[in-house]
Ligand binder design. Structure first.
Ligand code: ARG
Length: 458
């Protein structure tokens, strides 16, 4: 047991209490951020004359030494320390002597941990953003290659109207684009530095909070010292954004699982991203997509956990807040893993274009266009709807598509039908006539692709 606060205690802490209280097993993850924060704090202390320049230099060299030694495996983070802050400070003091004991001047672990977590989250937000951009690039490539790959569009999981693969992928592009926007927003809102808030009420030392904020790349110091040490909103925002990312990945996974099934066969997941069955030799399972779908639950769980932990906390710091870490770390790891695997799976997936097109022809996805054909000849839409409904019924009885129904049958239901009905309801016409902004026609999609390309390059 090595702790920073033995002075006023007369008894040893019970080992179970100590273990229950300790956070080093998980907060060692942000040792780099802890040292970065301490370097900035020490520089500021020396700049303000609170410690001497010489002490500042010794602290700096000491901290850098600890960082390299841990990185290079010469120094082990020992579990005998309560948390990473204690480990760094104690190691520093043992290496450089009394100057090490001055590092914590004008600082509390409350503002220190608030800073560390912010720095860590900020770094991870950058990385998550990069991974989302990678996924968007893959989606964009598939869109570019599939402007005229026809497939059925669904509502209620029933074939509705024909679209293209580019258009379907384009919907996911929008979702993940919004997700990148959420990360950018979080970074903007959270980018204030809590260092200098002390335990809760600032300090009596002449700290230059603007200086530490600047060194650490923040827009400026936080405005209220009590809020500084007790704000975990940005973590909740991140977990909400990550839950949304997972919700999107999970929907996408669900579709890939369906499309990969024997019934659909729209896609072929690459062997490298599939798994087999230990008993059924014929199986090639979409385990990656299923795991991504499944892992959505634990990310939602992290969000719920954090909201619940924070809901009744009085100001300012409470030990409950130590619970902000494990769930957040797990959610970040999970989403990073899912984004990497999902992008790889999507990038190597092949599309059975013929099967997709055949499926789009098969399910009366051109019925709306057949009705529009009559509307263009002056038939009110409601009447056209009924006429086409009767024709669909005939097709179902005959087991054929609308494209294969003889003209005489069309004419029996409505004399306005002519030979050009076949062209009017062809898959290509159905898609290419849908030219409204955001619709699947290739001319409309090209504008979207251009916009997306600019976004990806920005
Ligand atoms: N491990 C603690 C946490 O994560 C560090 C802050 C400790 N502060 C305190 N007043 N006990 O929240």
């Amino acid at each position: 047991m090595a702790q920073l606060w033995g002075g006023r205690f007369t008894k040893e802490t019970d080992q179970l209490v100590y273990d229950f209280n300790a956070s080093i097993s998980f907060d060692q993850r942000f040792m780099e951020q802890d040292i970065r924060g301490s370097l900035a704090h020490a520089r500021m202390l020396a700049h303000q004359g609170i410690i001497t320049l010489e002490e500042g230099a010794r602290i700096e060299a000491g901290l850098k030494g600890i960082l390299t030694d841990v990185r290079e495996g010469r120094l082990e983070i020992s579990p005998e320390y309560e948390d990473i802050h204690s480990f760094v400070e104690a190691t520093l003091t043992s290496r450089i002597g009394d100057a090490g004991k001055k590092l914590h001047t004008g600082r509390s672990r409350n503002d220190q941990v608030a800073l560390d977590m912010k720095l860590y989250v900020r770094d991870e937000v950058e990385e998550l953003h990069g991974l989302l951009m990678g996924l968007l690039k893959t989606i964009h490539r598939i869109m570019e290659e599939n402007l005229d790959t026809f497939m059925p569009g669904f509502t209620h999981l029933q074939k509705a109207q024909p679209v293209t693969l580019a258009h379907h992928m384009g919907a996911y592009f929008e979702m993940f684009r919004r997700d990148t926007g959420r990360l950018v927003d979080i970074k903007k809102r959270m980018n204030t530095c809590p260092l200098g808030a002390g335990a809760l009420a600032g300090t009596t030392y002449p700290l230059d909070r603007a200086l530490t904020a600047e060194i650490l790349g923040f827009d400026g110091p936080t405005a209220n010292s009590m809020d500084s040490v007790s704000d975990r909103d940005y973590i909740i925002e991140l977990l909400a954004a990550l839950s949304t990312v997972m919700m999107h990945l999970s929907r996408f996974s669900e579709e890939i699982i369906l499309w990969n099934s024997n019934e659909y066969r729209f896609v072929e997941i690459d062997d490298a991203y599939s798994t087999g069955s230990s008993i059924m030799p014929q199986k090639k399972n979409p385990d990656i997509a299923e795991l991504v779908r499944g892992k959505t639950g634990r990310v939602y769980g992290a969000l719920m956990g954090m909201l619940t932990t924070m809901k009744a906390l009085p100001l300012a710091y409470n030990k409950d807040m130590q619970e902000d870490k494990e769930g957040t770390f797990d959610a970040i790891d999970t989403v990073k893993g899912c984004l990497k695997l999902f992008t790889g799976m999507l990038d190597t997936m092949s599309f059975n274009k013929d099967i997709m097109a055949r499926s789009a022809t098969g399910g009366f996805t051109n019925a709306t266009d057949a009705a529009d054909y009559l509307v263009n000849k002056g038939v009110p839409f409601r009447d056209a709807h009924t006429i086409i409904g009767r024709l669909v019924l005939i097709c179902i009885e005959r087991g054929c598509a609308m494209d294969d129904l003889p003209l005489s049958v069309y004419k029996e239901e409505c004399p306005l039908f002519e030979e050009d009905i076949y062209q009017a309801i062809s898959l290509k016409t159905c898609v290419e006539k849908r030219l409204t902004e955001g619709a699947p026609a290739s001319e409309a999609m090209k504008k979207v692709l251009e916009r997306n390309r600019i976004f990806l390059e920005s």
